[in-house]
Write a protein of this length. Sequence first.
Length: 144
Amino acid sequence: MPDKTLADISEKLRDIDFAILSTRTENGAIAGRPMSNNRDVDYNGDSYYFTCDDTRMVQDISRDPNVALNFQAKSGIVGQRPFFAAVEGRADLIRDKAAFAQHWSKGLDRWFEEGIDTPGLVMIHVRAQRLHYWDGMDEGELAL
């Protein structure tokens, strides 16, 4: 297996805005949903996503903070190898406006019209523990 560094993987993830964030539901099923990283893409093992406090995802994370993130880069472009990453990590639910402001981008106003003052706003902070990647025919794993 090739040995890529987190910096190598970060470079690949830089252009991927959406991930599938998966949680475990109350009955043990796996629930996945697309989430934007809000172009906060200098990947160091941490990911940040915004949602509302009344979502099933927040309930799932409150019960079990173990989550998965799956990324897929654009593929099918001539000369570009397909790239995929699967991340296992632990999620924290952040309800601090100062932390919101650090990771807020203007595009979020579309979903949260009152910005960081949106009632019930929650930021999900995922800390990666393990990352498996596929880069063309190369694959590898990083423990973080």
